[in-house]
Design a protein around this ligand. Structure first.
Ligand SMILES: [Zn+2]
Ligand SMILES: [Zn+2]
Ligand SMILES: [Zn+2]
Ligand SMILES: [Zn+2]
Length: 457
């Protein structure tokens, strides 16, 4: 699962489109009991003396984590150190980041950030001398990187996968005990990396190990966003225990990172003994269809949680659009819950509209609002939200909520003192609107609530 940190405005929902085919699950080499034992060994010192949970088969999907006693809201459930980790190396990220300590490597050019031995990895002076880099350096040198003056994101991205090479026997068994889904693209990642070296390994056994690791990443990885000495780093990391947390759209737990390599999972709600502990892989405030499409495309499953089965979404009406019937301004919501192409019905005139028509309308609202988010100043955004949006988009619709989140985000993170008292009052009202939705959804002390109440930065 990739982490969905509730960083408003940093990820935009997909428009309605077809789902890719279901990914295939690779064979798992361990029983649930064996997996639980391997996880205990992996946790080592971090394993709580008396855990409030256990690993077991899940009615939601595969294996899951279950409460073995009543758990209080806010309680820390476990902390876990990563088994495999590396830079995400997205194009937008700062590539001149040390591959071990994630500090920015000083210097004006890529060449200054790269290891002087020519392995092609950016590394700081201190980490360059560490045994950990020495072994990675030897391996990369053996494969003969083509690019030694510029940082290549493709070879940087494969580093988290290649690190499987240095796992011990027990960690390898744990890796093979994790769920790994083969999507259409997993071989591509190796091919792209192979193109960066003269002598990338070709032995089938080695390639299979890489493929397996990539699929484990695609299925379980968390993308962690941490701040290292004032610069933001994005890394992807595998956490075998946290990776077992199944998804619910209104979950009872959340996670955060202590540093990029340690994850902490806490209860957001009271969890009764026996209940499954869940987190959300999608954004909390997206509409049901937006979440379903996102989960289908990125995770290959169709969520059937209680929230997904309630067309009103606990009375939040996050999906609602205005009725298309002349003279009626009623709210229209999707009526079926198990399909990506539901009929929509007006709550006032009861007219039914085909999905295609409403999807076009929703995409129009989404694109209009996203364009504004990307191009408008905060005062213009406030004017747009208050005066223009109500003409075409009900106040409960999730894209309008996203726009409000974006305003809160910008006003509290950047140039905080330049706003007028009126603008601050609008922001505070948006915050109340969103807290009311979080409350209706029963999301408890979720990360988003902490973010907008500025408990965490
Ligand atoms: Zn370093
Ligand atoms: Zn090196
Ligand atoms: Zn759901
Ligand atoms: Zn109507």
């Amino acid at each position: 699962m990739s982490e969905q940190p509730e960083h408003p405005g940093q990820q935009q929902p997909a428009t309605v489109q077809q789902l890719s085919r279901q990914p295939q699950q690779m064979a798992i080499s361990a029983s649930t009991q064996e997996l639980a034992e391997l996880i205990d060994l992996h946790l080592g010192q971090l394993r709580p003396k008396e855990p409030a949970w256990r690993v077991s088969d899940s009615p939601i999907s595969g294996r899951g984590i279950f409460a073995t006693r009543d758990i209080a809201k806010g309680e820390e459930l476990f902390r876990e150190h990563t088994i495999l980790v590396g830079p995400t190396a997205h194009r937008s990220s700062k590539l001149r980041t040390c591959t071990l300590c994630y500090r920015l490597v000083p210097g004006q050019t890529d060449a200054e950030a790269l290891c002087p031995a020519g392995c092609g990895l950016p590394v700081c002076e201190e980490c360059g001398k560490s045994p950990r880099h020495k072994s990675e350096c030897e391996l990369f040198l053996k494969w003969r990187p083509k690019q030694t003056q510029r940082i290549d994101p493709r070879s940087l991205r494969i580093l988290s996968v290649v690190r499987c090479f240095f796992l011990d026997e027990q960690q390898r068994r744990l890796l093979y005990a994790m769920q790994a889904n083969a999507d259409r693209y997993y071989m591509k990642e190796v091919e792209r990396a192979a193109a960066c070296f003269e002598d990338f390994p070709r032995e089938q056994q080695m390639l299979d190990f890489f493929y397996r690791t990539i699929c484990a990443f695609n299925t379980n990885a968390f993308e962690s966003r941490s701040c290292v000495e004032g610069h933001e780093v994005l890394i992807r990391a595998l956490f075998p225990l946290a990776g077992l947390l199944n998804h619910q759209c209104t979950p009872n737990a959340t996670h955060h990172f202590e540093d990029g390599e340690t994850i902490i999972v806490c209860a957001t709600e009271r969890i009764p003994c026996g209940a499954e502990i869940t987190v959300s892989y999608a954004k909390m405030l997206w509409s049901t269809l937006a979440r379903k499409i996102f989960l289908g495309m990125t995770k290959g499953f169709m969520c059937q949680c209680p929230r997904c089965q309630d067309p009103t979404e606990n009375g939040t009406y996050l999906s609602a659009l205005f009725c298309r019937e002349q003279g009626c301004r009623g709210l229209v919501i999707p009526v079926q819950t198990r399909t990506l192409q539901p009929d929509w019905r007006c709550l006032t005139c009861e007219n039914v509209f085909p999905h295609a028509k409403m999807a076009r309308y929703q995409d129009f609202a989404l694109n209009t609002i996203n364009n504004r988010i990307n191009s408008c100043s905060v005062p213009d955004m406030i004017h747009f939200i208050n005066d223009l949006c109500p003409r075409f988009c009900p106040p409960s619709n999730y894209v309008l909520i996203e726009a409000k989140l974006n305003v809160i985000w910008r006003m509290t993170r950047f140039d905080t003192d330049q706003y007028t008292p009126e603008e601050v009052a609008h922001k505070d009202r948006y915050r109340e609107d969103i807290l009311a939705i979080i409350h209706k959804l029963g999301a408890g002390e979720c990360t988003l609530k902490k973010l907008i109440t500025e408990e965490i930065q």
